[in-house]
Design a protein around this ligand. Structure first.
Ligand SMILES: Cc1cc2nc3c(=O)[nH]c(=O)nc-3n(C[C@H](O)[C@H](O)[C@H](O)COP(=O)(O)OP(=O)(O)OC[C@H]3O[C@@H](n4cnc5c(N)ncnc54)[C@H](O)[C@@H]3O)c2cc1C
Length: 418
């Protein structure tokens, strides 16, 4: 017997922070909707991150406007569990109609009538509008460089939990965004020999003149930047809230014993080769760091703010030996490398969304989340409307725009009597 079809105005797919934000804004418009989540609310914060992860931004910043973190001081960094609990509490507070344990398996446009058929693990749903809020980081990417078996363990950062999970021996961490540097730092502190392959990155100061970098990026309008730096597909800001929060400084990582390497380029006969770009990557990161300090100083001056001077922040130490004379090859067995952790980012995966909302390369074809397929929306994509789009506070603002768009479309449809 065919399952009964549920009808609802809007189906939101995914109940991470994006789905919860979407629900809040749809609710504010009084728009009937369902949020379908295959696991639990904010599941990725609970089970797709390493054990010691804390938020990269302080609690006063990395949150939605409607609720403060309970039990976390505003300038402290919430643990990943506290972040997940926060979104559960938020969903409760706004009465979000979240259905957990429901996987969306396909979305197809109706023929000859408006709206979409949403097939789920618990039966079909008909919806006028669909919001894909399945996250900026869905499918872990590992570049096909090191063949299987070249080292005992190769994992992506999403599967890394703690140093004890890896076999004895040295570890190569590939990628020096927030995940790569934090994992390398944790492994080194656990006593491992660690190599870190460093690509292009941005490494703002954790604090400058008494203010967190989140504040500086906010007042300087940099979270609102609309265009990604050339070639940047996702935000590669190397920051850390670990150990109370600190500036990511590759000189310090090297001084702590982490050997820095250029981009991992190739592997043959158990020997890895690295691009000759390490010094250039570090220098470019330093230049952006110093530019932010200068922009902050100019802001202080222009606005006559009374913030303490911090001249020492402008002084960078000498180039570490591993940067001045970088290793270009690494014999994995000789160096005792038993694990590689690929902190090399993610791709999206919208295989279930069978509509005309993608460009020829398969990427979402959208503007500020409004897709090329009328009635289908994306939320939480990196750089969806601005730099902040995939972050906690940014997605909340993008969700408001989408809810406004849906409300306007509903008004048109209601006017026509459809
Ligand atoms: C290591 C790491 C640290 C980060 N730290 C911070 C930070 O400190 N501050 C910050 O602002 N941002 C941070 N981010 C970025 C961002 O906030 C997170 O990636 C966040 O999880 C994105 O939320 P989201 O709701 O967009 O997506 P997700 O959290 O990925 O949620 C999507 C949900 O959709 C569900 N789903 C997927 N497919 C289906 C389907 N077919 N049917 C039903 N449900 C489905 C998933 O189960 C998931 O729960 C971090 C990201 C990473 C990877």
């Amino acid at each position: 017997m065919p399952s009964e079809v549920t009808e609802v105005d809007v189906v939101v797919v995914g109940a991470g922070q994006a789905g919860v934000a979407m629900s809040e804004h749809l609710g504010a418009h009084g728009i009937p909707h369902l949020v379908l989540e295959r696991d639990r609310i904010a599941e990725r914060w609970r089970t797709a991150r390493w054990d010691s992860l804390v938020a990269n931004g302080p609690a006063w910043h990395d949150r939605f406007p409607g609720l403060e973190f309970e039990g976390v001081a505003p300038d402290a960094f919430a643990s990943k569990e506290q972040v997940a609990d926060y979104f559960v509490a938020y969903a409760q507070k706004i009465g979000a109609p979240v259905r957990c344990g429901v996987e969306v398996t396909s979305v197809r446009r109706h023929t000859g009538r408006p709206g979409f058929r949403v097939e789920t693990s618990q039966g079909p749903i008909d919806a006028r509008f669909v919001v894909a809020a399945t996250g900026p980081f869905q499918r872990p990417l590992i570049p096909p460089i090191v063949p299987d078996g070249a080292v005992p363990v190769q994992i992506h950062s999403h599967a890394y939990r703690n140093p004890g999970q890896l076999p004895e021996g040295a570890v190569l961490v590939v990628g020096a965004g927030s995940s790569g540097v934090q994992i390398a730092d944790e492994l080194r502190r656990s006593g491992r020999r660690v190599f870190l392959s460093v690509g292009p990155h941005d490494r703002p100061p954790r604090q400058y003149r008494g203010r967190d970098f989140c504040w500086w990026l906010g007042v300087l309008g940099l979270w609102d930047a609309e265009t990604p730096p050339q070639g940047a597909e996702h935000v590669t800001i190397a920051v850390s809230g670990a150990r109370g929060g600190h500036t990511v400084d590759f000189r310090e990582l090297a001084a702590d014993g982490i050997e820095l390497l250029g981009l991992t380029a190739s592997c043959a006969d158990g020997v890895l080769r690295f691009a000759p770009d390490l010094a250039a990557n570090i220098a470019a990161g330093d230049a952006k760091y110093l530019a932010l300090l200068r922009a902050a100083d100019a802001y202080v001056e222009r606005n006559g703010l009374d913030l303490p001077q911090e001249p020492q922040a402008h002084v960078l130490g000498p180039e570490p030996d591993c940067v001045a004379h970088p290793r270009r090859e690494l014999d994995l067995a000789e160096a005792g490398v038993t694990s590689i952790v690929w902190a090399t980012g993610y791709a999206t995966d919208f295989g279930w969304l069978e509509v005309d909302a993608f460009d020829p390369s398969g990427r979402p074809h959208q503007r500020r989340g409004v897709s090329a397929e009328p009635g289908v929306y994306f939320l939480g994509l990196p750089w969806q409307s601005r730099r902040g789009s995939s972050f906690i506070w940014g997605v909340w603002h993008d969700a408001r725009h989408i809810a406004d768009h849906i409300a306007t479309q509903r008004a048109y449809l209601a006017h026509g009597g459809d």
